[in-house]
Design a protein around this ligand. Structure first.
Ligand SMILES: Nc1ncnc2c1ncn2[C@@H]1O[C@H](COP(=O)(O)OP(=O)(O)OP(=O)(O)O)[C@@H](O)[C@H]1O
Ligand SMILES: [Mg+2]
Length: 265
């Protein structure tokens, strides 16, 4: 186990490989197949969007990619490291070193200022050091320059969301996993954030997996995975679409139709 982790840390080729990934939740006696046999790979620097109707398994997929929940079947390999063979502690370290996470609950620390929240991942490393320059640059880029000394309860929902984004980016992750990160953002901040992600993918070869309902956001990606009832039903090449409206229309055509009773194969 220790060895595997050492290998993963030194492995710079951090591709994401998802194989036959499945997750069944059990509610009492009922089994809910939230994700079924999902497989894809993403190379470094690739920006993948995930779309699907509510309940189609998008968050479940992201939580599995982050190693926050255990799959019922299949595997997630990041830079040669099979996540689910790591014990909890190694997984926490691996996540801290290699991943940036922006999930629906922002989990900001209420007693810390914006800049301390953003730098928290750095401080949690052994012999961790803050990076006020990088922090200031990120906050500026995300339109939060004037909010550095505020605490989370003094911020709007969209501002808190951007603090969570800055925190996810502070340690130059090799993989960024984001679940609906633009839900609370106005269009200006949405564009700023998306172009930042593109830059991150291109310049730092960070692999980005982003869940979104918004075709405008998905237009920033390279590839769009469409989930329906836990299945990966289609993969779209973003370059095949010249406008967000065209992508949105294709999405509705392919997945956004509630499965009618009795039509399952
Ligand atoms: N902890 C859980 N226990 C039981 N069922 C769950 C659990 N988490 C998710 N599910 C179920 O798994 C399915 C997929 O949920 P998931 O949260 O992945 O959907 P989603 O695509 O992210 O939806 P949304 O767009 O609304 O966020 C849903 O039917 C949901 O009810
Ligand atoms: Mg979700």
């Amino acid at each position: 186990m220790g060895n595997q982790h050492a290998n993963a840390s030194s492995d710079l080729d951090r591709h994401l490989v998802v194989e036959r990934l499945g997750k069944i939740f059990h509610q009492g006696t009922v089994a809910v197949p939230a994700l079924v046999d999902v497989g894809f790979t993403a190379s470094r620097g690739e920006f993948v969007a995930v779309m699907g109707a509510s309940g189609s398994g998008k968050s479940t997929l992201l939580h599995l990619l982050a190693g926050l929940i255990t799959p019922t079947s299949g595997s997630v390999t990041l830079g040669g490291q099979d996540l689910h063979t790591l014990d909890d502690r190694s997984l926490t370290l691996f996540r801290r070193r290699h991943m940036g996470l922006v999930f629906q609950a922002y989990n900001l620390v209420p007693t810390l200022t914006v800049e301390d929240n953003v730098q928290l991942p750095l401080l949690m490393e052994r012999a961790g050091r803050s990076d006020p320059v990088k922090c200031a640059e990120l906050l500026e880029a995300l339109g939060l320059g004037a909010r550095r000394k505020h605490r989370p309860d003094q911020l709007s929902g969209g501002e808190q969301q951007r603090v969570a984004i800055a925190r996810a980016l502070i340690n130059d992750p090799s993989v960024l996993l984001a679940d609906e990160p633009t839900g609370n953002l106005d269009s200006g901040n949405r564009e700023r954030f998306c172009s930042r992600l593109r830059e991150l993918a291109a310049a730092q070869r960070c692999t980005v997996v982003l869940v979104t309902h918004d075709p405008v956001v998905a237009m920033w990606s390279d590839r769009v995975l469409l989930l329906r009832d836990g299945h990966l039903t289609a993969t779209l090449d973003r370059r095949d679409f010249s406008t967000a409206a065209a992508l949105g229309a294709r999405f509705h055509e392919l997945v956004d139709v509630p499965a009618a009773a009795g039509t399952q194969a």
